[in-house]
Design a protein around this ligand. Structure first.
Ligand code: IPT
Length: 989
């Protein structure tokens, strides 16, 4: 039972910045009722051993992952949903991030950019289902894996039933799950499945059960799906306490090392997943809850363009079709769209871009071939109903082909339904082109294919094909096709089937037909049409488009690259799979279509002048509108409408940001002789972190004082004896972090960071100190995000100073002050959330927000920089005037540093931190910022913090605002997000 949430922590009101967060322990556990999942399950989403059944419709869940918190512009969510739906996918899986929603214990916030209502609405409108994955642990290469930093003050191991950890999850989980509950399909919303926890690694069933009960108590009635790290059967139905309704597992077969992206190491293609499924969860649909759709990359890594080569269109062909060979029926791709680690949401292993080499780029552009390839696979899955009940058989290299170089899996049709043969190279990484023949059992006996004499099929290297047998196309039975199915649709008394093959390949189809076959379009040579008893056999060499008609069925024979241009928008809204659609041979993107009286409306995007063909326009349609504009078209004899969309890129005035009127402020006044830190937080507490006992007299862990994000600053006061010769300090900020030390205003030294060191001990020699004089050590530590919670890492891993020694002195003779972001857990900027700003002077004051008080500031640009170690703050404004109706992604680009000089940059755009750049590590130099954070028609404020970790100072070697190819778009106009301006902050220091 849920009891009053607000009362749980009994937190005292926090006053000013000096407040030290109180203990979060000592409450007794809430007992949630243990509801029997299945008995409470609704009858709208059900399942059997084959697939999910939604509102009576048997359906494959083909899903792409995106994280609303990684695209903080709610107006753009629809764009991503439409781009995922256009792939032929029907579902989006999403995480939410606890630390962003409960920055202060007990203070759950889901407003503005963190409000999920618009996310649910946009999904509903775009016609995609949702899989909700709230955690509380999510991993996701995000700070703490979603865990808030204040868990360091909670007794007990996170992700266990220990101590007060479970209590700490209650407010987030119950508040969030209540909002999910309202958005479930049972209430007319898009949510169809719910995932408790994430890749739960432990064995504590009670812990899983607690989360399940927590969600059920908040009203979740859709089935629970888990995502075990691999196919081991943990928490599968029948395993007892902590079991889910539908067992699922994850898989990242090529991993995350993008250093040699053309090498597919041997043995990485899964082979036994169906066998395991039959042992582990035979009564549930085979579910892969996350499957590799890209890769993350780390500081000092290779960049997402390299990862996109590793996990490219060929990877999709071979690995995704291999999953089809296992009979996957719930299939989620991680990520379909990665987004951005803005505002410190990255884990220390990753940089600002979370592009992920996904099918949809971080800039939302569709310029990767893997998007197009996925569209072919997605649309095939959508129309291949018999796949949903076909049963996988064993892989064989002998039964169905004439060469042992190929491995084939049959998905056997049941009671006369269609079968599917998944063909790949036995050595999955082979680069060979292999010639082959097929021997396929059909309902009219085993057929030797090709049947046309002298022909052979080809499987190119790193390709895989699904050959259909006894395939139903709206009542017409395709006996077999060696060319792959993109889609088929019925248009009144006509039908269209679209097949594709690799360039130059020979293909063959046989179908039952009474009439004669004729070529309506395309070359006669290279094609054979033959009647054989009650069948028509068509053989052809893939070349330019051919349209063959047989008994009212138009078969389009395409090469793969042409097929990439086809889209199948549904004419109705909603998620239902079997709907009336049209087929559009367009270009860059077709978002959706609808019929309003005599008007056929298409929403589409163009990156060049494009010939648009509409196939299957309903007879009642007379007029064509594209993005609201009436377009002239010609209808040919085959009923295809052809029109031309003119594209002329607008000339856009992008400011040269190096020439803006930059204003400069020294944002490390702390090293000035008159700096007063009396209102800073005293670092005089013992630690509340049970897992990491302190090695210092008092705790210097940020989390003990409520500081969990961005730069941390320390002031260590002592009176010199004159014996101090060196200062040794271990700072800890997570991989790639850096730190710098000053004694009064004298620069002592820096740790400039390394990609694999999360903690570093430095010994600095000190200048001669004057006996009896008061000194201050100022230490700045970069927090790269909190560690995730797995493999020995923990969100409780401290950030800040973990040990120090001032030679000749006792540690206790230094008294410390600490600050991070102003207010700590009582963060000021509720709009941009608890993690966005760090502890620099300018950040504490809010100068990174629009319209800071720059009048008295010096004029100087970050390209001039400064010539001693220190931290500078630069801000400037500029206007943009981007025409409506164009989607033009913009990015900031840093020139990589000259030499080895260490410096660290934070980039703020209208108050949102949209980039961390580390000159010595990279690899990221280009930082996309979405429309909506940038005001495309109006004023923008840019701010740069520049931390020179070198006595020679630092300057940017270059900074540019760069545009991508303008896209003429059918996307809705984007409302900018709230961008609160600078306002003086009370009590700020
Ligand atoms: C798995 C996580 O569930 C997901 O959150 C994300 O971290 C993903 O992989 C990698 O990008 S973790 C798995 C690789 C062990």
């Amino acid at each position: 039972m849920l009891i009053s949430l607000g009362a749980l922590f009994g937190l005292a009101a926090q006053v000013g910045a000096r407040h030290i967060p109180s203990s979060l322990n000592s409450l007794s556990l809430i007992e949630y009722p243990r509801l029997d999942s299945r008995s409470s399950a609704n009858d709208i989403v059900t399942w059997d051993s084959h697939s999910l059944i939604i509102n009576g419709e048997r359906v494959m869940i083909f899903s792409g992952e995106m994280h609303p918190f990684r695209l903080p512009v709610p107006g753009l969510w629809a764009d991503i949903f439409q781009k995922i739906k256009a792939l032929g996918l029907n579902t989006v899986s999403f995480y939410t991030h606890w630390a962003l929603m409960e920055g202060k214990p007990g203070d759950y916030r889901a407003d503005g950019i963190f409000d999920l209502e618009p996310f649910f609405k946009a999904a509903q409108q775009a016609g995609v289902y949702l899989i909700a994955r709230p955690g509380p642990y999510i991993n996701a290469e995000s700070s703490g894996g979603g865990f808030p930093g204040w868990l360091a003050r909670v007794d007990g191991e996170p992700r266990t039933t220990e101590g007060d950890f479970l209590n700490a999850t209650n407010i987030y989980m119950s508040s969030l799950c209540e909002s999910f509950a309202k958005a479930q399909i049972t209430n007319g919303g898009p949510i169809i499945l719910f995932q408790p926890e994430n890749e739960y690694l432990g064995t504590d069933g009670e812990y899983m059960q607690y989360i399940i009960d927590q969600a059920r108590s908040a009203g979740i009635v859709v089935p629970f799906l888990n995502n075990e790290i691999g196919p081991n059967g943990k928490n599968a139905p029948g395993t007892g306490v902590g079991e889910v309704d539908i067992y699922g597992h994850d898989g990242y077969p090529l991993g995350f090392d993008c250093s040699s992206p053309n090498t597919w190491k041997s043995g990485k293609l899964p082979v036994d997943w169906h066998t395991k499924h039959m042992q582990q969860s035979p009564s549930t649909p085979y579910a892969i809850a996350e499957f590799q759709a890209g890769a993350y990359d780390s500081w000092g890594g290779y960049g997402f363009d390299e990862c996109a080569k590793l996990v490219n269109h060929e990877f999709e062909r071979v690995f995704y079709k291999n999953n089809f060979a296992f009979g996957v029926k719930i299939f989620n791709l991680y990520m379909a769209y990665g987004g951005t680690n803005w505002g410190n949401i990255a884990w220390p292993g990753g940089y600002s871009s979370y592009d992920y080499a996904a099918p949809i780029r971080e800039t939302r552009e569709l310029t990767r071939e893997k998007y197009s390839e996925l569209k072919l696979i997605g649309n095939f899955a959508k129309v291949s109903h018999d796949y949903l009940v076909a049963v996988p058989e064993n892989l064989t290299t002998s039964t169905y082909t004439n060469t042992p170089d190929l491995a084939v899996t049959c998905l056997r049709g049941q009671n006369g339904t269609g079968s599917f043969y998944v063909v790949r190279h036995d050595d999955y990484s082979s680069l060979n082109s292999t010639r082959y023949r097929l021997k396929l059992p059909t309902t009219s006996g085993v057929i030797d294919i090709p049947q046309i004499e002298g022909k052979e099929l080809t499987l190119n290297g790193r390709d895989s094909k699904i050959h259909v047998v006894d395939y139903d196309v709206g009542g017409t039975r395709i006996e077999y096709s060696t060319a792959e199915v993109f889609t088929w649709q019925e248009f009144g008394d006509k039908k269209v089937l679209i097949l594709y093959g690799g360039a130059g390949e020979y293909h063959e189809i046989s179908l039952r037909a009474s009439g004669k076959a004729s070529i309506l379009e395309g070359p006669l040579s290279g094609a054979t049409l033959r009647r054989q008893a009650d069948k028509i056999i068509i053989g052809w060499q893939t070349s330019e488009r051919r349209i063959v008609e047989v008994d009212g069925l138009q078969i389009f024979l395409l090469d793969r690259n042409s097929a990439y241009n086809y889209w199948v928008p549904s004419l109705s809204t909603g998620q239902k799979q079997n709907t009336q659609s049209i087929i559009v041979n367009g270009g860059y993107l077709v978002r959706n279509a609808s019929l309003e009286g005599p008007n056929l409306l298409i929403s589409a995007d163009f990156n060049r002048t494009t010939q648009l063909e509409v196939i299957g326009a309903p007879p009642s349609a007379k007029n064509l509108f594209v993005n609201g504009q009436r377009i002239r078209y010609k209808a040919d004899n085959n009923g295809i409408w052809t029109s031309k969309i003119k594209y002329k890129a607008p000339k856009i005035d992008i400011p040269d940001v190096t020439r803006l009127k930059w204003k400069y402020l020294d944002t490390l006044p702390e090293i000035g002789s008159s700096y007063d830190d009396s209102t800073w937080t005293d670092a005089d507490q013992p630690t509340q972190n049970q897992d990491y006992p302190i090695q210092t007299p008092t705790s210097l862990y940020g989390a003990d004082y409520g500081y969990h994000t961005g730069y941390l600053l320390y002031r260590g006061h002592f009176n010199a004896t004159g014996n101090e010769t060196s200062f040794t300090v271990t700072t800890r900020g997570g991989n790639a972090f850096g730190s710098s030390v000053w004694l009064n205003s004298t620069y002592i030294g820096s740790w400039i960071g390394s990609a694999n060191e999360g903690s570093h001990k430095s010994t600095y020699s000190l200048p001669e100190l004057i006996t009896g004089q008061a000194y201050v050590l100022t230490v700045v530590v970069d927090n790269m995000g909190l560690d995730e919670q797995w493999g020995g890492y923990s969100v409780k891993n401290p950030r800040g100073i973990t040990s120090y020694e001032l030679s000749g002195r006792k540690a206790a003779e230094i008294s410390w002050k600490i600050t991070g972001n102003f207010g700590g857990e009582d963060y000021v900027d509720k709009v941009r959330g608890p993690l966005n700003e760090g502890g620099l002077f300018a950040e504490r004051h809010g100068f990174h927000q629009p319209s800071p008080p720059v009048k008295p500031w010096k004029t100087s640009s970050p390209l001039e920089g400064f010539s001693s170690a220190g931290i500078g703050f630069y801000t400037a404004s500029f206007d943009l005037d981007i025409p409506v109706g164009w989607d033009i992604p913009l990015s900031f680009k840093f020139e990589s540093g000259t030499g080895n000089k260490g410096y660290r940059v934070q980039l703020y755009v209208n108050g949102y931190q949209f980039g961390k750049y580390v000159s010595t590590l990279g690899p990221q130099t280009v930082y996309p910022v979405p429309e909506g954070v940038l005001n495309y028609r109006g004023k923008n404020w840019l701010a740069v913090t520049l931390w020179a970790q070198d006595e020679g100072g630092a300057k940017l070697d270059g900074l540019g605002l760069v545009q991508s190819t303008p896209i003429l778009t059918g996307m809705n106009a984007i409302e900018p997000v709230a961008q609160p301006k600078f306002e003086p902050r009370e009590g700020v220091y």
